[in-house]
Design a protein around this ligand. Structure first.
Ligand code: CMC
Length: 435
């Protein structure tokens, strides 16, 4: 990264000048290195929500929100979605390059060898209420993994980090599927290691010990695609949470558990669940799309068009285009006039009304990845409250790749933001009877 260029900052109150280095990324927006600012001029920078702040450097994922570009390790998301598989994408994200045949065979074999959970973990599930949200179970069970793998407390050992990554990739489908099985009083199905990654998850979700089960091939493909599209998205809220948690050298399982908690919110991964809820509400209101569009525009109403808008994308989210196409394919396979087709039609109608509306146009609000993914999941008979769990399962590779990158970065330090204090100045303590 070149940093011979600078930008000059002049403090008008003192006349002091400071040359701040401009860091040029390999591709993307130049970044001003403000680390000397406090020491030299005595100022902090103020940027709630990190609108213009790079919290780290990273070589994993590149986004151009204006042009709607997303690349993992330089590869366009469209190419990966068409040609790759989720496990290959996992290898790419973690190790930096696509694997050769031998590397991929070894990787897949290692993932297969780690799919089982410690038997003692089974009893953790029974401690939860049956109606617990599976994301709550995920936070607990993934966090609990840290109590099974003490060796991972040494976060500076690259081999142990790799083992943690493989364990997480391998165990997450089992943990996720079991959170569903527990809630429905169904027997836990153990992983079948001859199955591919997506099939194995669907098997653990839907198979019964009493019956043969083969997941429909198009569902397997659709799930694999959804996982590829959700695998990473640079410094989003949950990934930043994993980095911040991990920056204190906390155990990786604890850090990923924190990431799951952050993902849960409706402004982040919880949006896919919220989109379906919104589409159902609209269907139940005789498809009064305009009413919901008006509500979304009304600043006195907290309602937002779920699955619309993105902090980075000011254009169509490239993942939404791919997912919408898959949604079409899935619906074509189902019987005509099915309920999902109706939801899809409603979603398309909202999209077309919103994209012509000045409110959405002027704010660059387009459908995001969550807008159509829920319809696919619903058509696959995945229950609504498992949608965000599938997002978490897919994003685990992104979280752990960022954590691993951070642990190797000589510039990384414990995350410790500053603040613009707005509280009282000095006050002195008064006794109770004097207040
Ligand atoms: N419906 C109506 N208005 C919206 C929406 C929406 N979905 N999203 C943004 N706006 C408005 C917002 O009110 C604001 O208007 P104004 O300038 O008049 O105050 C303007 O657009 C900018 O929005 P913002 O909230 O400042 O933007 P943000 O970058 O802080 O928030 C967001 C991004 C994704 C949280 C937001 O767009 C949103 O809440 N969308 C709905 C939830 C959703 O779909 N989330 C999934 C995100 S993609 C998956 C993921 O990465 O997790």
């Amino acid at each position: 990264m070149k940093n011979t260029e600078t930008i000059t900052l002049i403090d008008n109150s003192t006349g002091k000048k400071l040359e701040l280095p401009i860091l040029r990324p390999t591709v993307g927006t130049p970044t001003i290195d403000v680390r000397g600012l406090y020491k030299e001029l005595g100022y902090f920078t103020y940027d709630p929500g990190f609108l213009a702040t790079a919290s780290c450097q990273s070589a994993i994922t590149y986004l151009d929100g204006e042009k709607g570009v997303l690349r993992y390790r330089g590869y366009p998301i469209e190419e990966l979605a068409e040609k790759s598989t989720f496990l290959e994408v996992c290898y790419l994200l973690y190790y930096g390059n696509l694997p050769n045949e031998k590397q991929f065979d070894d990787f897949q074999e290692d993932i297969r060898q780690h799919t089982l959970l410690h038997e003692a973990l089974r009893s953790f599930y029974t401690g939860f209420r049956r109606d617990a949200h599976p994301m709550g179970i995920m936070v607990g069970v993934v966090g609990a993994l840290s109590s099974f793998f003490h060796d991972h407390e040494n976060v500076h050992d690259a081999k142990l980090r790799q083992r943690a990554a493989h364990r997480l990739i391998a165990k997450m489908p089992t943990i996720a599927a079991w959170s569903y099985r527990y809630a429905h009083g169904l027997p836990f199905m153990y992983p079948q290691n001859h199955l591919d990654y997506a099939s194995n998850f669907l098997y653990m979700m839907f198979a019964m010990p009493t019956e043969e089960y083969t997941p429909p091939p198009l569902f397997v493909k659709a799930l694999d695609l959804i996982m590829i599209l959700h695998a990473d998205h640079e410094q989003n809220a949950s990934t930043s949470t994993v980095r911040l948690t991990g920056s204190s050298e906390a155990n990786p399982f604890a850090a990923v558990s924190a990431g799951i908690a952050s993902l849960w919110g409706p402004a982040h991964g919880g949006a896919n669940e919220a989109v379906i809820q919104m589409l159902l509400d609209i269907s139940n209101s005789d498809n009064d799309v305009q009413h919901y569009i008006d509500r979304a525009k009304d600043k006195t109403d907290r309602f937002r068009l779920m699955g619309f808008g993105h902090r980075i994308y000011k254009n169509y989210d490239p993942r939404a285009v791919i997912i919408r196409n898959m949604c079409h394919k899935i619906l074509q396979q189902l019987e005509p006039g099915n309920d999902y087709q109706e939801l899809f039609d409603t979603a398309m109608k909202i999209e077309s009304v919103a994209l012509k509306d000045d409110y959405f146009k002027s704010r660059n609000l387009y459908p995001n990845v969550d807008y159509y993914s829920g319809i696919i999941l619903l058509a696959m008979k995945i229950p609504l409250n498992m949608f965000t769990v599938i997002f978490a399962l897919s994003r685990t590779i992104g979280w752990i790749s960022h954590w691993n990158e951070m642990m190797q970065d000589p510039e990384s330090r414990i995350g410790r933001p500053r603040q613009l204090y707005s509280g009282e100045e000095l006050r002195n303590y008064a006794k109770l009877d004097k207040r």
